[in-house]
Design a protein around this ligand. Structure first.
Ligand code: ADP
Ligand code: MG
Length: 702
């Protein structure tokens, strides 16, 4: 990078400063009002903005534009249109109208709609989200102007992840503003939820990746014996970067900075060849867009470096998988973080009220949060002693835990534990204050100073849903609190009373201990906390009466939208497992089994030739290997046939839920049964004959 970082930051974004520079004053003012959600967008304004956007994009080499959206597949979608319009004399003009900016029509019948839209009425609309800036994307197709949009059906149902998120942001803002008024704060008109997602990922050599059908088709290894070394020495975590990885990260950062993404920290993660990138937090919808771009860019830049980026939650068995920590807080339009406890949280009633609201919301709707962090990939990770358990609990840290205990006991918190000076015992090192909360890495939902960190989310998932649900559940509780407090005669007494009773009712969800331990799982059961073990068991959290009431009341999802998402979740699960199962059969029948047969024949030949050469020779070693390999080969063949038969029976099942359940309870165990003998064979078969790169080669040879 020769340019200065300050010069390249955001140069591919049609951001506020570009708008200010390129739009007539009046238009800019009008657009600002739209962005601040104070007034709707008029076509006149849209026309002027579209024209300025087009000129800017064309100057930067763009030929096409696209409405960029986030369908329910969880990744982003785009359909490119060029700016060209025919003009007289066989020439063309480059045009882009306000109408084209605001609304796109996509015959998007192949996007999942979960029955919301029959294919014969395939119309879907994309609508510009002016709160998220347009940007340029450059790839082999050239430069494209990308316009972030929401995606809905002809009848207005949301077919994407962004629309409900935007709705939830309005909902929580409204309720927080009401609460603040009760505290005499009248100058706040909007509250944003701020989100900072930490993104974990693995890198693998492209050529080795191309030799593994499982990585290509499933994004994770479906076979593989453990390498002699895993992560036990903890020498990769925060270790110095390998040249190739460092050069990848450098390139990645530049790409992200150009897109105006505040990529801030990067480091090696726990598992070999695992890394993390965290941006500085932003407003939830922008952060969601950015995280999608981060994931896209990670993959794109990897290819340039002869690498592949794996975003799957569990690429390799036996070492840690990848997650995405979703850091969340509430910040007013005056810049105040409402989750900041200040120095004396025990006296900060306003903070304690918001804290109580989050605790209550998480307790009441733990099942929804669990679902928002569930996908087929994360099933391989949650609760496996490397990621949070499947039980949702809230970590507060010593200081707040103590404040809560005092409040529950007496209705008052007289003291707050202070942070101490940390003395490391070396005179030349500075002494500094310890944080009042230590980190608890095992908690699914941890208070970390001035924000909550939701740690269950899977690395490949969109953060739209976790944040939509979080906003929704906290908004619901705040609405109830506001109703009660507005009706109270004496606000002061009422707010103290409310905090005390609500904390007492929901303190069961607070847990500060080791979330990975078996004792906690037992204790959680005693406390009556839900322990939902897998994705498909979590799906119906969306259509419980309490969930339907929650989302409908706040206008975030209609019941039809919720039901469609249930269908899509089940279908998605079945499709993913089917692909994995078919990939396993393909690899077993065409790679592993032929290789093992060759090996078995070699050993058999060796037994015969050694015996021929010397009739009294001891061939017991060869015979042992031969008999073990033959037995495992036969086990593998049987397991493979069994899996094939299992897949053939899928067509007999009707119903999305029934099919997903069959995949979970019948097919997954059959897959495990096929993996076991092959992984064992990997440890005895001649490495020269082994048909695919091993774990050691994938993780350590970068
Ligand atoms: P850690 O690894 O300790 O969890 P990181 O620095 O890797 O910490 O990531 C913390 C993330 O939290 C960053 O994305 C950061 O911008 C974000 N963050 C910090 N403060 C807030 C806040 N008030 N609201 C939301 N996110 C925040
Ligand atoms: Mg974190």
């Amino acid at each position: 990078m020769n340019e200065k970082l300050t010069d390249i930051f955001g140069i591919d974004v049609f951001n506020e400063s570009v708008m200010k520079e390129r739009l007539p004053k009046e238009t800019f003012k009008a657009l600002k009002k739209v962005m601040d959600k104070e007034q709707p967008l008029s076509l006149d304004v849209a026309n002027v903005v579209a024209n300025a956007m087009k000129d800017w994009a064309i100057e930067k080499g763009a030929t096409h534009y696209t409405h960029w959206f986030q369908p329910l597949t969880g990744i982003t979608a785009e359909k490119h249109d060029s700016f060209i319009e025919p003009a007289s004399g066989g020439k063309i003009l480059m045009e882009f109208s306000g109408k084209e900016l605001i609304k796109g029509e996509s015959d998007a019948s192949s996007f999942p709609s979960g029955g919301l839209r029959a294919t014969f009425e395939a119309r879907g609309y994309t609508a510009w989200d002016p709160t998220s800036p347009a940007f340029l994307k450059e790839d082999a197709a050239g430069v494209t102007l990308c316009i972030p949009t929401a995606f809905c059906s002809y009848t207005g149902e949301a077919l994407d992840k962004k629309t409900p998120l935007l709705r939830s942001m309005e909902s929580i803002s409204t309720q927080v503003v009401r609460i603040l008024k009760l505290f005499g704060i009248n100058d706040v008109s909007k509250v944003e939820c701020s989100v900072g997602p930490e993104q974990e990922y693995f890198l693998v050599d492209h050529n080795k990746y191309m030799m593994r059908d499982d990585l290509i088709f499933a994004g994770r290894t479906l076979f593989g014996a453990p390498a002699p070394k895993g992560q036990e020495l903890d020498d990769h975590y925060y270790g110095s970067l390998k040249e190739r990885v460092a050069s990848y990260m450098k390139d990645l950062n530049v790409e992200l900075w150009r897109l105006g993404i505040l990529a801030k920290t990067q480091h090696n993660e726990v598992a070999p060849s695992q890394h993390e990138l965290a941006p500085i937090y932003a407003t939830a919808n922008i952060s969601t867009d950015h995280n999608q771009l981060v994931m896209d860019t990670m993959k794109k830049v990897a290819k340039r470096h002869g690498l592949e980026c794996l975003l799957h939650e569990k690429p390799y068995a036996g070492v840690n998988g990848s997650g995405k920590h979703d850091n969340w807080s509430l910040v007013t339009d005056k810049g105040k973080n409402l989750l900041d406890p200040g120095k004396t949280p025990n006296e900060n009633i306003q903070f304690l009220l918001f804290l109580t609201a989050v605790i209550r919301a998480v307790d009441v709707h733990a099942d929804l949060l669990r679902l928002s962090a569930s996908n087929p990939g994360n099933d391989n990770r949650l609760g496996a002693g490397e990621a949070p358990p499947a039980v949702i609990s809230v970590f507060l840290g010593d200081q707040l835990d103590d404040v809560v205990a005092q409040l529950v006991a007496t209705g008052e918190a007289k003291t707050a534990k202070k942070s101490e000076k940390l003395d490391v015992g070396v005179k030349t090192l500075p002494r500094f204050s310890k944080d009042v909360t230590d980190r608890n890495r095992t908690s699914p939902f941890a208070f970390t100073g001035n924000k909550f960190e939701f740690r269950m989310v899977g690395s490949s998932m969109s953060i739209a849903e976790p944040n939509t649900y979080l906003n929704a559940i906290v908004a619901e509780t705040l609405e109830e609190f506001a109703d009660r407090l507005e009706a109270a005669e004496d606000f002061d007494t009422a707010v103290h009373e409310l905090i005390k009773t609500e904390l007492a009712a929901h303190e069961r969800v607070i847990f500060n201990g080791n979330g990975y331990s078996q004792e906690w799982i037992e204790e959680a059961a005693r406390r009556g906390l839900p322990n939902i073990s897998c994705f498909i068991d979590a799906v119906e959290a969306l259509i419980t009466p309490k969930a339907i009431k929650l989302f409908e009341h706040q206008g975030i999802y209609s019941e039809a939208e919720l039901r469609s998402r249930v269908e899509i979740n089940y279908e998605n699960y079945s499709k993913v497992i089917a692909i994995e199962a078919k990939t396993m059969i393909e690899m077993a029948s065409r790679k592993y089994i032929p290789a093992v047969m060759k090996f078995v024949k070699n050993v058999a030949d060796s037994v015969i030739s050694v015996k021929n050469a010397l009739s009294v020779a001891d061939v017991s070693a060869q015979e042992e290997i031969l008999s073990k390999a033959s037995r495992l080969l036969s086990d593998a063949k049987k397991a493979m046939d069994n899996l094939s038969d299992g897949l053939a029976r899928v067509s007999d099942i009707s119903g999305a839920k029934e099919t997903a359940t069959y995949f979970r309870h019948e097919i997954v165990p059959m897959m495990d049964a096929l993996r076991a003998p092959i992984d064992e064979l990997e440890t005895i078969v001649d490495s020269e004959l082994w048909p695919v790169p091993t774990y050691a080669e994938l993780m350590f040879e970068l």
